[in-house]
Each structure stands twice: as C-alpha cells, then as structure tokens.
Design a protein around this ligand. Structure first.
Ligand code: BG6
Length: 473
C-alpha cells in the first residue's frame, strides 16, 4: 500500500474560507452540516479565518438568526465549551433572499466581498446546496451568472460547490444535471456527497484489503461464494414521507450508498492512493455491473413495503413505493464473474445496521464444516469479524464455528478518533481532497445499473411486511 503524502488539512495552512449554506434553515443544515462544522471548529480544524454565510427565504434579525442556529445545533449539555459555541456563532452571518431572484445573489456577492475586505484578502468560497434537488439547476445557474463561483484570479480564492444526492432521478435526469454542472464548473470544483463513502469503517476495507497481503490472493471468484451488503434501518419513514414516497428505497439508498459499499469491496488495488485513482477504480467496478434485463428482474429483485406505510404523512393513499429491496447484482470480469453481490436495504426492519458479509467457499462441498464469513460492520458498533472452524474439544473430530473479532470500541484510541461522516467530508472539501466524493463517472455508472431495475419494478409483487421484522418473503 502506497502511503499518501500528507493532505493539506493543517488549519494553519488552510487559506481563509467562506462556507455558504444555501438553504440554511433546512433539515440537512441543522442535522448534519452545522453540527459537523461546530465539531471541526471546536477541534480547531477549520482555517483561522473562516465564515459561514447562511442564505434562505425567511427574514431574521441578527439575534433571531443566532438563536435559530443555536437551537438547530441541538447541543447536549457539556458537549462543547460555551466559549467555542459563542465564537462559532460569531463566525456566522445571514443573507435573506429568494433562490430565483438574481438580485439576492448580487447581495450575497456584496456580503462575501465585505468579508474579504475585512480580511484584506481574497478568500476561498464553498457553496453547499442544502435544498431539494429540483432547485439545484436554478441556484447553480444563478451562482455562476452572478460570478460568485469565479475565483478572484487564476491563483487565489478557489471556489467549490458541494451537492447532495440524489444526483438526478434516473439516468436521463442525472445526465442533464451532469451536463449543466459540466458547463458551469470544472470537475475539480464539484464535490458530490455520498456520505457513506466517508464512513470510517468502510474506508477501512481498503486498508484491510491492501495493507494485509494475506487477503488479496483470495479476493476473487475462486474463493468467494457470495457477498451480502446490508443497510437495515429500524426507523420508518417518519416525517419524510413527502420526500420519500416519489423516490423509494432503491433510489434513496440503493443507487448510492449500497453501490458505494459494493464498489469498495470489489474494486482493484488502485496502487497509488490518489483521489483520481481511487475514484477511477470505484467507477470501473460500477461500470462493470451486469445490467439486469426486464426478463430477469423477477429472478433478481425483491421489493417490499412495510404495513402501515400508506398511513404515513405525505405518502399517497395507494402508493406502490418500495421501502425494502433485495437485488442480486453481478460484477462482470475475470475477478468476479458469477459471484452474486446481494444488496439489501429497508426501513422499519428489526434492527439498524450497515454491514458487509463476505462468504467464502467451503473447502469441500460435502463436508460438515461451515463457510468462513468475513464481516465488516460499518455501523453501529464498527468491527471486523471472521468466522472460522475449530475442532470441538474432545475425543471425536467435529468442527464448529467460532469468531475472531476486532471491535473499534475495544480500543478507545480508535473508537474516539472516528470522525462523523459529515465532519470528514467537510474537512476534505476545505482541503480539496475529492477521494470520498463521487465522480461523475461513478454517478452515471450507478444510474445505468439502477434505472432498468426501477423501470421494471412495477412488474414485481410488492411484498407487505410487518414493521420491526425481517420476514419479507
Ligand atoms: C440517506 C437516506 O441518504 O441515508 C435516508 O436519504 C437514510 O433515508 C440515510 O436513512 C442513512 O444514512 P445513515 O448515515 O443514517 O446510515
């Protein structure tokens, strides 16, 4: 494994930066972005000169805005020092405006300019779109037209845009979003967030595979029988019904999080661990997923909906939207041909966990031993487990399975150092490291795989399962 050069994440070397949150009063900003930024701030991982500028429709006085943000941060007693919270809030300002009003972007531009004037230099700018995807196109166009996304000159003040999934709604809409992004920005300015890529235990799969030479020789169809990738959620859709119902589980987490996990398990050694190489290897795997033809959808896909989904707020009375899916995917090519990769996810299941099980082939088909299973628990209780056979002590020669386990929580220096996924992503965005962000190639390849399944989903029976169970047959 080649060790990477240190990344430019030392806060002292980070150039002054303004982080603009378009849609700061929304759910994403309060649940993910602001807490992650406060965490980075309290760990002194943000540039010394940094500012957060919130933008949204509602009008607030300075004090009201401060109070709103404090409330959104939802801070537990003792979680942060009061002084840090106060200083963090001092770095925030607000600009009110409508997303479709060009004059609002002019005012935003003046506000950013006034911060630069105060600092006496041209700062970097990051724009995060914390808005529903149907607003992306309008906002990005306004940002570009108002020249907000232009650097001050060739050398100073880079600008970056952070965009959340879903990137489009199928292959065609993804393509047009991509085309528009491509016209307005260079690829190195675009940071597409799939927060699963930033999960610590998922990244560790690359270290496990490529820093331990004993596993790579058996990482192929000769030794591996099947791979099972799970994202189970105990929670039902809750108050997200109106967002979730037109989308469904396959688009919500299948096209992105599950395929991101698959790509990391199946990818080749990138040899040099640069962002470009890692992203290219992930994309190569996604491109080699075998398309599931309409004829084969019934054999390869199961869809389900939990009982009671139709009474959730925001859900259409006769909705056929899947809250559960299981897809049998295959990666073509010499290494994986014929090995099934099961992708499974659902809401209102019996437990919440993200996990990847690698089932190895048994030594002899007829023997009574159990398959070796290597498990990567991505969350919660991050761990790696290997199930292996041992002789049952005694006079006979029976074998039974036992488990070797490395659990992060058992090593507090490991467990305590796990960054929250958004913290990691935002820090990398400041530092300009795109490794954990999806490339346009990855997005297109995953839609190419998922779109034909979605187009034929209606032909499958919708299995109704009880909330809190795993019985979906
Ligand atoms: C989001 C989906 O992208 O990921 C949600 O929209 C899902 O429906 C969530 O609950 C799961 O992420 P995490 O990090 O909570 O496992």
């Amino acid at each position: 494994m080649t060790i990477q050069p240190p990344k430019q994440t030392d806060p002292v070397t980070l150039h002054p930066t303004i982080f603009v949150i378009l849609g700061i009063t929304g759910d994403l900003a309060s649940r993910k972005l602001l807490p992650a930024l406060l965490e980075l701030f309290s760990k002194k991982l943000l540039p010394q000169n940094f500012a957060i500028v919130g933008f949204s429709r509602r009008a607030f006085s300075r004090e009201e805005f401060r109070e709103l943000i404090r409330e959104h941060l939802n801070i537990r007693p003792g979680q942060f020092r009061e002084e840090d919270i106060k200083h963090f809030l001092d770095h925030m300002t607000y600009e009110q405006g409508l997303f479709n009003d060009p004059s609002a972007y002019e005012r935003l531009s003046l506000r950013l300019q006034s911060i630069d004037d105060r600092w006496g230099q041209c700062s970097n700018k990051i724009f995060h779109l914390s808005v529903p995807p149907d607003l992306y196109e309008g906002i990005l166009t306004h940002l570009a037209n108002s020249k907000l996304t232009l650097p001050c000159d060739d050398m100073t003040g880079w600008t970056r845009v952070l965009i959340e999934k879903p990137f489009g709604n199928d292959i065609n809409t993804a393509r047009s979003l991509d085309k528009m992004l491509g016209k307005l920005f260079k690829e190195k300015q675009i940071f597409r967030i799939d927060h699963y890529l930033a999960k610590e235990a998922l990244q560790n799969i690359l270290a496990f595979r490529f820093a331990n030479p004993m596993f790579e020789p058996i990482w192929n169809k000769q030794y591996i029988d099947k791979v099972h990738i799970k994202l189970y959620e105990n929670d039902a859709v809750g108050d997200r019904g109106a967002f979730y119902d037109p989308i469904g589980a396959l688009k919500d987490v299948g096209q992105n999080h599950l395929l991101a996990m698959l790509a990391i398990v199946a990818m080749n050694n990138p040899h040099n661990f640069s962002a470009d190489q890692i992203r290219a290897e992930r994309a190569r795997i996604l491109k080699s997923l075998r398309r599931i033809s309409p004829r084969k959808v019934k054999q390869h896909v199961v869809r389900g909906q939990y009982a009671g989904y139709l009474s959730e707020k925001g859900v259409k009375p006769l909705s056929n939207t899947e809250t559960y899916f299981r897809v049998r995917a295959e990666v073509t090519g010499a290494r994986w041909n014929g090995v099934p990769f099961f992708l499974e996810s659902g809401k209102a299941l019996s437990e919440s966990k993200a996990e990847i099980d690698i089932y190895f082939k048994k030594f002899k088909k007829s023997s009574t031993d159990f398959p070796n299973i290597l498990t990567f628990r991505i969350q919660p209780d991050e761990c790696i487990k290997i199930k292996f056979n041992v002789k049952t002590p005694g006079y006979g020669f029976d074998v039974e399975p036992k488990t070797l386990r490395f659990k992060y929580a058992d090593v507090s220096s490991f467990y305590d150092a796990i960054p929250n996924d958004y913290e990691r992503l935002l820090r990398d965005a400041f530092a300009g490291d795109q490794t954990l962000f999806a490339s346009t190639e990855e997005i297109m390849a995953s839609w190419r795989f998922i779109t034909p399944i979605i187009e034929n989903l209606a032909s499958l029976p919708l299995k109704i399962y009880e909330k809190g169970t795993m019985e979906i047959e």
